[in-house]
Write a protein that binds this ligand. Structure first.
Ligand code: DAH
Length: 356
C-alpha cells in the first residue's frame, strides 16, 4: 500500500470513528462538515492534489472520492438510525399509561356525585303526596304579574304585596313579569287547564324553585323551594285540609311529630291558616330554634277564596277546595336539624357528603 492509500484509509477510519461518536441528529448536522464535508480531511486531501500531474490526480482523486462516498453512505445510515431513536424517545415520553388512567378513574368513581339534600327532600315529599293520592305538577319559574299576584286575589298596589319582596324581570314589555315569589301561581295554571280540558277535580302538588329579594340568613334563602298543594273537588271542607296536613306531617316527619293550624291571612284563601309542626329539635319541650314554643312554622294553607275560583272560571257554587304551600328547604332543615340553611347552597363537599 502506498502512502496515499494509507492516508485515505486513516482519514476514512477517523471519519467513521467520529461518526460513531455522534449521539443525536443535531450533533450529526453540526459535525457533518468536519467528518465528510467542506472542513473534513477528505476536502483538505483533495485540495493537496493540485500539485500532482493530471493522470495521478484523476486516479488518486477517484480513490479518495470512493472512500468519501462510502463514509457519506455510513453517515446516511447513521442518520436513519438516529432519527428512529429520536422518534422512539419522543413516543416513550408521550406514552399514555393506561394503568394511570384506570387508577385515576377509580378514585374519581369513589367521589361520584349524588342527589343534593334539597333534591332528595323534594323527591321524598313527592313520594309522600303521591302515596296520599296526589299527582305531581310543574309550573314556570318566570311568571306574569297576573299569575303570581292578580289571579291570586292580590291586586296591584294592594298592601298584601308587601308579603313578597319581588324580583322584577325587565323584558321591555308592557306586561309586568316577575320571578315567582311562591309556587301558588301553579294553582292558577292547574285550574286554568282543568277548566279548559274539563278535567276537574284536581288533587295535585307542584314543587319548584321560588325567588325573593331577601338577604339570606340562617332561615331564608333568596332562591328557595316550595311545594304547593291544591285540591279542588265537591264538598271539600276545612277538616279535609287539616286531615291532609296531619297525615302528611306524620308520614314525612314520623309519628311523634304533630301538626297544628293557627289563624292567619293569605289573600288567596279564606279562611287561612299557618301550619306548624312539633319542633323536631326539642320534640316540643322548647328550645332556641322554636323560641321555646315547642312548635315550628312550616307553611300556609286555607280554603280557596271564591275570588280565585272566579279569576280562572271555576264555579264556586259547584266546587270547593283547599291549598297549602311550604318550604322544601325548611323541611330539609327541620328534618336534618341544620342550624343554618345557607349550608344548602354553599356546595361544601364535607357538608354535602353527609347526605350521600
Ligand atoms: N304562597 C304562600 C307563601 O309563599 C304560602 C301559602 C299560603 C300557600 C296559603 C298556599 C296557601 O297555597 O293556601 O307565603
Amino acid at each position: 500500500m502506498n502512502l496515499n492509500d494509507e492516508l485515505i484509509a486513516t482519514i476514512t477510519a477517523e471519519a467513521l470513528a467520529a461518526l460513531a461518536a455522534v449521539d443525536t441528529i443535531e450533533e450529526l448536522d453540526e459535525r457533518f462538515p468536519s467528518i465528510v464535508g467542506k472542513r473534513s480531511a477528505f476536502a483538505s486531501m483533495q485540495k493537496s492534489f493540485g500539485s500532482l500531474d493530471p493522470e495521478q490526480r484523476r486516479e488518486l482523486g477517484a480513490r479518495l472520492q470512493d472512500a468519501r462516498r462510502a463514509v457519506e453512505a455510513s453517515v446516511e445510515l447513521r442518520r436513519i438510525d438516529l432519527r428512529a431513536a429520536a422518534r422512539t424517545t419522543m413516543l416513550e415520553a408521550d406514552r399514555l399509561d393506561l394503568g394511570d388512567v384506570v387508577v385515576a378513574s377509580q378514585s374519581w368513581a369513589v367521589t361520584l356525585g349524588h342527589a343534593g339534600l334539597v333534591g332528595s327532600t323534594q323527591a321524598e315529599l313527592e313520594d309522600v303526596f303521591v302515596a296520599m293520592g296526589f299527582t305531581v305538577a310543574d309550573g314556570p319559574e318566570v311568571e306574569s304579574d297576573w299569575y303570581n299576584f292578580e289571579a291570586l286575589n292580590i291586586p296591584p298596589a294592594h298592601p298584601a304585596r308587601g308579603m313578597w319582596d319581588t324580583f322584577y324581570v325587565d323584558l321591555g314589555e308592557p306586561e309586568t313579569v316577575v320571578l315567582r315569589t311562591h309556587t301558588s301561581p301553579t294553582q292558577i295554571h292547574l285550574m286554568e287547564s282543568a277548566v279548559a280540558n274539563d278535567s276537574l277535580p284536581i288533587h295535585s302538588v307542584a314543587p319548584g324553585r321560588c325567588y325573593r329579594r331577601d338577604t339570606p340568613d340562617a332561615r331564608h334563602l333568596a332562591a328557595f323551594h316550595q311545594i304547593e298543594g291544591l285540591v279542588v273537588d265537591h264538598h271539600i271542607t276545612f277538616a279535609d285540609l287539616a286531615g291532609t296536613i296531619e297525615t302528611f306531617t306524620r308520614a314525612y316527619f314520623g309519628p311523634d311529630i304533630e301538626s297544628r293550624l293557627r289563624p292567619a291571612f293569605f289573600p288567596f284563601t279564606e279562611p287561612s291558616a299557618e301550619f306548624e309542626i312539633t319542633c323536631t329539635i326539642c320534640h316540643g319541650a322548647g328550645c332556641r330554634t322554636c323560641s321555646n314554643t315547642g312548635w315550628i312554622e312550616l307553611g300556609g294553607c286555607g280554603m280557596i277564596d271564591p275570588a280565585v275560583f272566579e279569576s280562572v272560571g271555576v264555579d264556586p257554587d259547584r266546587w270547593s277546595g283547599f291549598a297549602f304551600g311550604f318550604g322544601i328547604d325548611r323541611c330539609a332543615q327541620m328534618r336534618h336539624e341544620l342550624s343554618d340553611m345557607r349550608a344548602l347552597i354553599e356546595n361544601d363537599v364535607r357538608f354535602l357528603g353527609q347526605f350521600a
